[in-house]
Every structure is written in structure tokens, then in C-alpha cells.
Design a protein around this ligand. Structure first.
Ligand code: NAD
Length: 361
């Protein structure tokens, strides 16, 4: 029997979800909704058999869906989950970040206890093949991670529909919007909870010459966040959004008493600079190095997964697992609680950097 999806938000990420759901056997997007007619048109180009709606209420009053994907702007996620709950209780795959303001945390906790179906938060960096391999091997290669560094050197925030990502009030701030992925990875790789954060960040260069309704964007484009974890491990994030990351966008290094494991991911292939010629084959590398395991593992991705989005197959692998849960039941691999904790780490890092201080959880 076909599993019927509904999609909320047909922007860049919504389209990536449509392309990846199309690769799943026995799954189809039956309905999509977006208040913006040209975005609905974009969605229908990729999923021509879907029915399109302006609002969630319209979609939910007509459709019977098996699962819903939320890919709308960050500040809408909590109220959209609550709106879905007024009509149905089917599994939800909600884009990160789960919420954007400290006050939303209580709402999210309440939602978690009341909603009658699982909510999976789209922390899909977990599913990038080199990151997934690092997560799996980190404890044995390192003998227990003591120090973890995550580095992202990348292009500036892309333009979004109605420029929602230009202001902290809409996105939650850079440490929430962009970095909740990395904070989720910290908790997962270290296998412990954060106890303290200090951070320093600012808006160095990006978007300072832009203006929307007379307002200059207030989003940071670089900084550091340093966390202490309950088990004594320490983790640091370095983010620069005005750096050339086309070859290697992200690097992760985990070190323990027995050795070190590292991986790195290329930037989205569509941003490969034309002056460098054709993009190399989307080959992802993992470099586990330790006295015990000096080997290098090379991974090659199916071209169809690379073509379906910017995230090196992670959207597809995430969908495979989400669909298994929709069909067979069970708990989400990335729970509301995981999504909530990653946002909380981001919000406290924002606050620590804004006030030049160290904060406890
Ligand atoms: N997992 C990842 O790695 C990843 C990558 C990029 C974006 N995202 C997340 O995906 C979400 C969407 O980001 P994007 O880059 O696609 O933004 P976008 O601006 O390209 O698309 C957002 C879409 O949502 C629509 N929208 C606005 N209000 C809506 C509403 N009330 N109901 C339904 N649709 C509405 C807009 O018209 C637009 O089409 C964000 O939460 C973002 O943080 C996640």
C-alpha cells in the first residue's frame, strides 16, 4: 500500500524532500501546501500528482495522510505542529530547528506529551555517510571521546523566500538555525549532556549592505562555541560563513586516549566554482586515524542521491528510516527531545556570546 505524505513549505528544503520521497519505493506526496503561489508551482513541478493547498487547515480538512513533512520557516514549526494535531495524529518529520525562542521550549515539551504519534526532527547531518561512520566508530577508535571539534567553513546564508532567514527573530539566530545540527552531533558523538557553554560570535562581513523594510540583517556569520559535558568531555564549534568551503565544507575531529577519528564533507556540488572545472565525483572520505586503526575508508555515493539535494544523501537516508517508522511503528531516531536539546544549546550559545559570559544548563 502506498504511504501518502503531505508537505508543508515548498522552498529549497521542501523541494529536496519531494525529490527524496520520490526515490522511496511505495511512497508518494499526495498533498502539499504553501501560501506562496509560485512556491506551490515549484512543488507541483517536482510532484505533479500532488494536490496543492494554500493553508494547512485546507489541506488537512480534505486529505487523509500517513505522514507529514514540515519544511517551512523556523519560526512557524511549533504552531504548525499544533495545527496538525488539531486534525490528525500521524508521524511528523519536522525540519530543524524545532523552535526559535526560549518560550517555545515549554510548548514543545507539552506537545511531546500530548501528540499521539511520533515526531522526528530532521537532524539529517547524522545521516551524511562520513558522519554516520564517524558516529558509529568514534567510541572504539578513540577509547571514549574526550575532545571534539566541529568546523564549518562555508558560503553565506542563501536567499530565502521573503528573506525570513535574515533576522534572528525568524531563525532563532545563527547558533540555533545553522548550528543546532552540530550541537546535536556533539551530544550524539560524546554520548553525554552539556553542562556549560561559553561563546563568542558576531556579524563580521555578510549581509551588512542589505536592507529589508529599512532594517539591516542582524544574523551572525562567524564565531566559536565551547561546551563542557557531564562526562568531562569538551567540544568546540568553529563557524565561518564567509569562507571557501566548496571543497571541504565541514570537518569533525574526535580525539580520545586511544586515537583520533576525523571526517570531512564537501560543500553542495552545485556551489562548486566553475573556474575549477567540473566538480569532482561526489566522493566522500572518512579518515579514521589511531594507533589501532590507521586505515582510510573511501565512500562513493549514488549519483541519484547527490542530484536529489544538497546534503550528500542524508535527506534520503533520513527518509528511508522515517518511512520504516511510519510503516512499522517504533520510536523516532531523532526525537522531539533531541531537537529541543539542540535548540537549547544554540539559544544558550547565542546568549553566552551576546553577553560575553559562560552559562550553565
Ligand atoms: N536539514 C537541513 O540541513 C536543512 C537545510 C536547509 C533548510 N532547512 C530548514 O528547512 C526549513 C525551510 O527552509 P528553506 O531553506 O526551504 O526555506 P525557503 O524560504 O526556501 O522555503 C520556505 C517555504 O515555506 C513557505 N512558507 C512560509 N510560511 C508558510 C506557512 N505558514 N505554511 C506553509 N508554507 C510556508 C514559503 O513560502 C517557502 O516556500 C527551515 O526550517 C530550514 O531551517 C534544513
Amino acid at each position: 500500500m502506498t504511504t501518502k505524505y503531505g508537505l508543508i513549505g515548498c522552498g529549497m528544503m521542501g523541494v529536496e524532500h519531494l525529490r527524496n520521497i520520490a526515490l522511496l519505493p511505495g511512497a508518494e506526496v499526495a498533498a502539499l501546501c504553501d501560501p506562496n503561489p509560485s512556491q506551490r508551482g515549484l512543488g507541483l513541478q517536482v510532484a505533479p500528482n500532488a494536490r496543492a493547498y494554500k493553508t494547512i487547515a485546507e489541506m488537512m480538512s480534505v486529505e487523509t495522510l500517513d505522514a507529514i513533512v514540515i519544511a517551512s520557516p523556523n519560526y512557524t514549526h511549533v504552531r504548525q505542529m499544533k495545527e496538525i494535531a488539531r486534525h490528525t495524529a500521524v508521524p511528523i518529520l519536522c525540519e530543524k530547528p524545532l523552535f526559535t525562542a526560549p518560550a517555545d521550549e515549554v510548548e514543545v515539551e507539552r506537545f511531546q506529551s500530548e501528540y499521539g504519534a511520533p515526531v522526528w526532527v530532521a537532524m539529517e547531518y547524522r545521516y551524511m555517510p562520513p558522519v554516520a561512520a564517524l558516529i558509529e566508530q568514534a567510541a572504539s577508535v578513540t577509547g571514549g571521546v574526550k575532545m571534539l571539534t566541529l568546523q564549518e567553513h562555508r558560503f553565506p546564508f542563501l536567499e530565502k523566500v521573503d528573506n525570513w532567514n535574515r533576522f534572528n527573530a525568524n531563525s532563532g539566530g545563527t547558533f540555533v538555525e545553522k548550528c543546532c545540527h552540530f550541537f546535536d552531533l556533539m551530544r550524539l558523538i560524546i554520548d553525554s549532556e552539556p553542562v556549560r557553554v561559553s561563546a563568542s560570535a558576531t556579524q563580521f562581513v555578510n549581509h551588512l549592505d542589505e536592507s529589508y523594510d529599512g532594517k539591516v540583517p542582524d544574523i551572525w556569520d562567524g564565531g566559536y562555541a565551547l561546551f563542557d559535558f557531564e562526562n568531562g568531555a569538551k567540544a568546540m564549534l568553529e563557524l565561518s560563513m564567509f569562507a571557501d568551503g566548496t571543497k571541504w565544507n565541514e570537518e569533525i575531529h574526535a580525539i580520545g586516549p586511544l586515537g583520533k577519528i576525523a571526517c570531512r564533507m564537501p560543500g553542495p556540488q552545485r556551489f562548486w566554482p566553475s573556474e575549477l572545472g567540473a566538480s569532482p565525483h561526489p566522493q566522500l572520505s572518512l579518515y579514521p586515524r589511531s594507533p589501532k586503526r590507521p586505515e582510510t575508508v573511501e565512500m562513493v555515493l549514488d549519483e541519484s542521491l547527490v542530484a536529489a539535494g544538497d546534503h550528500h544523501g542524508s535527506t534520503f537516508y533520513q527518509h528511508q528510516k522515517f518511512l520504516k517508522m511510519v510503516r512499522e511503528g517504533g520510536a523516532p531516531e531523532v526525537s522531539i527531545s533531541d531537537g529541543r536539546k539542540a535548540v537549547k544549546m544554540g539559544l544558550l550559545a547565542q546568549e553566552a556570546a551576546a553577553h560575553h559570559t559562560t552559562l550553565t544548563f
